[in-house]
Structure formats: C-alpha cells, structure tokens
Design a protein around this ligand. Structure first.
Ligand code: GTP
Ligand code: MG
Length: 643
C-alpha cells in the first residue's frame, strides 16, 4: 500500500509544540476534525509513550467506523510519532495536573495534562517476553518481578490507583531462549535469534486476536537498534527493562522533585536512543521511531518545516536533537539543584539542632529493594501512615518521620526510593538528589524481603547501589539489616511451576535444537548484511547515540555506559546476616528492632562526642607552632643534675 493510501501523519516535527496535520488518501484532514484532533495529541512533545499508545487506541476505535485500513494506519502513525525535541521524549513525565506553584516554566505549563488529558483509568496492556534463566527458581523470581513491573505501570487517578493490584490480570507472557546464555553475545540486530523472534510474533498475533496488546516488554536491556528492529518485526512498540522502569518512575512521580528526576532519567535514556538508522525506504533517519530525517537546517527551511536559522547553518537533525537534549538537561539540573538546596538547608538545620533536648538525635535512612516493605515498616515504627502499595516503585520521594526510641530519645526515619537489579548507573545518578538523603543519613536500615527467592541478589543489588552512590564502607558495615515479611507463608511452588509450564515447556521442548539453530543463525548473521541494519550503522551507533556522559569521557562507548556493572563482591554483603526478623504488617519483632536502633544511636552519640574533644586538644596543639625538638634540646630542658 502506498503512502497516500493509508492514513498518515504529517508532522511539523521540528518545532516544539507544532500541531499535526493528517494526510488521509491524499486529503489533508483539518485539525479541528474530531478524529484528527484526537490523533493530533501525538504531536504533543511531552506525551509519554504509553499514553501515546492509549491515544492511538482511542483514535483507532473512533476511526474504525470510517476506515478499514486502520491497522496499517496505526503502524504508520506509530512509526511517525513525533519526538523532535528532547521534550518530546516518549518517556517524558507529565501525568498529573501540576499545582500552580509547580508550573514554573513555559514548557511545563504548555504541556500540562489540562491541554492533553489522558485516560488514567486504563493501564496499557503489555506482553512480557522473559529470556530463560537458570536455575528455574531464579527464572521464577525474575519472571514474577517482570510481571509485577508490567502491572505497576499505571497512573494514579485522583491521587490513588483505581484497581487493586491483586485484582489485576497477569500480563500475557512467554519465556524464550536467552541469547546470553550460551553464546554470551546477543545478536546485534534483534537481540534474540530469528527463531525466537518469529515465535514471539506468533504469540503476539494470538494475543492480538484475543485482545489488543499495546506494547511488548522485553525483560532485558536492548540497544536502540535492537529495539527498533524488533518494533518493526513485531509491529508493536517495544519497551526494554530500563525503558519500562523509566515509564513507571514517570507514572508514579507526584512531587516536583520526583518529576524532575524522572524526566532527567528519561532524557538520558532518550539520548542513548538517538541512533541513526537506515529506514525501509533507504533514507537515513534517527530517533526511536525514525521520525526525523537527517537534513540540514537549510533543508528544513526550504521544506517549510521551520527551524531555519535557529539551529545554525548546516546543523543536522541529530545535532539539533542533541543540542535540545543538552539544553533541557541543563535546565532540569538547575531545577533539581534548587530543590536540592532546600533539602540541604533543612538537613543542615537538623544537624545543628542535634543534641537539643526535643530534637532527634540521628537520621536513619530506610533502604532496600523495591517492594521489600520499607514504607510499611517505617509507618509501623513511626506510627504514621505512609503510602504503601504492592506496585513497584510506589515511593519515589524521601519522607522523614519521627520515631520514639525506648530510651526516650527520638530519631528521624527516612523512607526513600527502592532499588532494583540491572539498572545502569545513569538512572541511579538521575535520582542522586533523592539518594543524598541516604548518603547523608547517620545510620542505614536495610529492609530485606525475606520471602524473595533471590534474596541474595536483592541484598547484593542494594549494597552495590549504596556503594555506587558513595555510602562509606563504615556505614555499610554499621548497617542494620532487617528481614521483613516473616509472617508471609511461602507457599509451595507447585502452582507457580504450573504457571511457568507454558513458557518453560516451550523453552524445553524446542530448547536445545532451537538454541543450536539460533547459534548457527547468529554466526551466519554476523557475516551477512542484516535486513534492517548494516554493519556501518551498527558501528555508527556509538557516534550518533552518545549519552551526555560521553561528553565527559569521549573514549567510553555508549554501550559501555549503559552496561550494568557487575555486582561488586563487597565484603559487607558476605558478612551480613539478619540482625532482626520482623513483620511490618503484624508488628512482630518491631520492639526488638527499636532496641537495636536505640543501641546503635547510643553508640553514634557517644562517638560524636568523643572526636570533638580530641579535635579540640589537637587544634590547640596545632595552633601553637613549636620548633622541632631534638634530643639535645630535651636534655637541655632537664634540671642540671639530671643531664
Ligand atoms: N505479608 C506481609 N506483607 C508486607 C509486609 N510488609 C510490607 N508488606 C507488603 O508489601 C507490599 C510493599 O510494601 P511497601 O511498604 O510499599 O514496600 P516498599 O519497600 O516501600 O516499596 P517501594 O516504595 O515500591 O520501593 C505491600 O503490599 C505491603 O502490604 C509484611 O511484613 N508482611
Ligand atoms: Mg515505599
């Protein structure tokens, strides 16, 4: 079908805030047309990707009555989704109507949900692809986590989630061959081997016949090229692990600081996706959807798409994108710094008041893997009601609450964002401002979900992140480890094994043969030119997709930057065990925990007092300079009869 025969979208994608005009059967549909205006929301640069999908499905259902070529139209629309500015990141945050005080720059005001209302009542339907892992217990843990991640992508409506997490249907999923398992090198073009890719396509078609799938979630880290190729083959948007987590951050962010940090994370991710790829029509384009062609500014002006001199003569689209991302990043960083300064002042004030009779004697940061029960435990200890939810990353902002200890003293407990495995350092860095609360805390309390089958992985992930953000070794050693959820009965995994049966069966049944075939295919593929990506383009990937961190170290490639570093074998990880086992829900073990905290705080206060006196005497000593004394001089000071 030719371009003019299907519903297309003509995007003035080069200017932020431009509106869209539609081309349907060679006819431009005016913007005030109801259907067109529905889809024109796609031109909102701040519209996130999932809401874009939702918008598409609304648009599709409206248009269905008028046209029969909509499935094709949808694909075309998706592949033409605008994202000409960094603000147009499909991952950018802006879900909730901002408070007046939060509307601080033109873009935020312009892109508020009031202009482009979304429908938070319907969460996107994801199809999960889980690469096979061994042992099965580990696979089960990872699959459960991925299913929870997929179901956590939901926005709040009126400040709460409409549906109960446990009432939600589990997303459809499939367990497939893991390309990293044997060959230790996934395919550069599609990550999975061709057999697996086809297999997933069949599953998707089957799912689609039952109910529409909005996007495919691959629980792995994909490169921009792999993501793009898979999107083309499956004709669905593809989210990798990092992409989904960023979406969740954006969906759950409420406060100004969380929104800024989530957007920064999205921006960094987006920048790593600026890959120049040859489109099906043979022309070079870039961006996640290949939405922008590489042309000069002069070319843009000539084609009437605007931009003109703004980018400077000869500036390519790629440079323009980079510049916009860099500008936006700087603006975000300065806004984050502003919020950081307030936090810093508050912290300094607290530190000054330490020792006052009514003030808290220490700050304790409650850290741990996401969903470990940090907020529930903090609520129980401080007798408050913090927001707790089964959805992953329910908490994104640190909250300080006062907790009374058996000694009569009080401490401040700081509940904060949870950690998760396989996250690149850049994402952790985006949340640096929030995580500063952890670095600056006097004591850390590590909440571990004792029911997690991969508890050791959870623990080492937390230690690793703490190490990355600069928590001192001393604090790590002094950390209180609390094993939570001891009330939870770990059921025999019979049901779960059955549940996995489908995926596993598929893996096992075809397993070895398919794996061999894929290995061979993979080897062949290395020699042949891929259908979508040629070797040069893969090489170019590093050139064109430099994450902003590349500016700091040009020698580091993008793939290395986004590589998850291996979990460090910290001594602390091995040495630690549970100090106390609790159930935040039932209250078992809380008293014991309070006594333990009390003990640690006493030691800390004592330590604080001790070095002060030492410093004072040494200060005195330093202030008076004395000439170095030798033995003769010592002798001279002795009384004459003793010399
Ligand atoms: N059975 C049981 N469930 C618990 C316990 N503590 C917490 N939970 C449940 O675990 C889920 C997650 O609890 P949260 O307190 O939100 O976990 P979190 O660590 O703060 O999670 P994030 O903020 O998302 O990182 C909730 O459904 C809690 O009800 C416990 O001691 N026993
Ligand atoms: Mg929480």
């Amino acid at each position: 079908m030719s371009t003019t025969e299907s519903v297309g979208i003509w995007l003035n994608h080069l200017n932020f805030g431009d509106q869209a005009t539609f081309l349907y059967k060679n006819t431009k549909i005016p913007l005030w047309n109801r259907q067109a205006s529905e889809i024109s929301k796609l031109s909102n640069p701040r519209l996130n990707r999932i809401s874009m999908l939702r918008t598409l499905s609304h648009a599709r259902s409206r248009l269905r009555s008028e046209t029969t070529s909509l499935p094709l139209a949808r694909n075309r629309l998706r592949s033409k989704t605008p994202s000409s500015s960094p603000l147009s990141s499909p991952y950018s945050s802006k879900r909730h109507a901002p408070k007046t005080s939060e509307v601080e720059d033109y873009s935020r005001a312009k892109d508020s949900v009031l202009l482009y209302p979304k429908d938070p009542s319907s969460a996107p339907k994801l199809f999960l692809v889980q690469p096979r892992l061994t042992p099965p217990k580990f696979l089960q843990a990872k699959l459960n986590e991925a299913l929870c991640l997929a179901n956590s992508l939901e926005e709040q409506r009126y400040g709460y989630f409409e549906s109960d997490f446990f009432d939600k249907e589990l997303p459809s999923h499939v367990v497939v061959q893991n390309p990293v398992r044997r060959s230790s090198k996934p395919r550069a073009d599609t990550y999975f081997g061709p057999g697996t890719v086809d297999n997933i396509k069949c599953h998707l078609n089957a799912e689609d016949s039952k109910e529409e799938v909005d996007a495919v979630f691959v629980n792995a880290m994909l490169t921009a090229i792999q993501q793009r190729n898979l999107e083309r083959i499956w004709a669905k948007p593809v989210l990798d692990r990092v992409g989904l987590i960023i979406e969740i951050f954006n969906a759950h962010a409420h406060t100004k600081e969380a929104k800024l940090q989530a957007e920064l994370a999205a921006l960094m991710y987006k920048k790593s996706r600026l890959v120049r790829v040859r489109g099906t029509d043979g022309r070079h384009s870039f961006g996640q959807f290949g939405e922008a062609e590489v042309v000069s500014a002069r070319g843009r002006a000539a084609s009437g798409t605007g931009g003109g001199f703004v980018g400077g003569a000869g500036e390519t689209e790629l440079q323009l994108q980079r510049r916009r991302i860099a500008d936006r990043r700087l603006r975000l960083l300065s806004q984050i710094k502003e919020t950081q300064r307030t936090r810093l002042l508050q912290r300094a004030g607290r530190k000054k008041r330490v020792g006052n009779k009514d003030e808290s004697s220490a700050t304790i940061a409650v850290v741990g893997y996401t969903n470990a029960g940090k907020s529930t435990l903090t609520s129980a200890l401080t007798k408050t009601a913090l927001y707790c939810n089964e959805r992953l990353f329910a908490t994104l902002d640190p909250t300080l609450k006062s907790c009374h200890l058996p000694s009569g003293k009080s401490v401040l407990l700081s509940d904060t964002v949870g950690f998760i495995s396989d996250l690149p350092i850049q994402l952790v860095e985006a949340f640096q401002s929030t995580l500063e609360e952890v670095v600056e805390a006097d004591i850390l309390m590590h909440v571990v979900d004792s029911t997690a089958p991969n508890i050791e992985e959870h623990r080492s992930t937390v230690f690793h992140v703490l190490n990355q953000i600069g928590v001192s070794e001393e604090k790590l050693q002094n950390m209180i480890e609390v094993w939570n959820k001891i009330d939870y009965e770990v059921e025999e995994e019979v049901e779960d094994v059955k549940f996995l049966g489908e995926g596993e069966g598929e893996g096992e049944g075809e397993g070895e043969e398919e794996e061999e075939a894929e290995l061979n295919d993979g080897l062949k593929a290395e020699e042949t030119v891929d259908a979508f990506v040629d070797e040069g383009e893969i090489k170019n990937q590093d050139d064109d997709s430099d994450g902003w961190l590349l500016c700091e170290d040009e020698n580091v490639s993008e793939s290395e930057l986004w590589k998850v570093p291996e979990v460090a074998k910290l001594d602390a990880v091995q040495n630690k065990g549970p100090h106390v086992r609790v159930s935040a829900l039932t209250g078992v073990g809380l008293k014991e925990l309070l006594y333990l905290i009390n003990e640690k705080v006493e030691v800390l206060v004592e330590k604080r007092l001790k070095p002060q006196t030492i410093v004072e005497s040494s200060e005195l000593h330093r202030r008076k300079w004395r000439p170095p004394r030798d033995d003769d001089e010592d002798a001279r000071l002795l009384p004459l009869d003793q010399r």
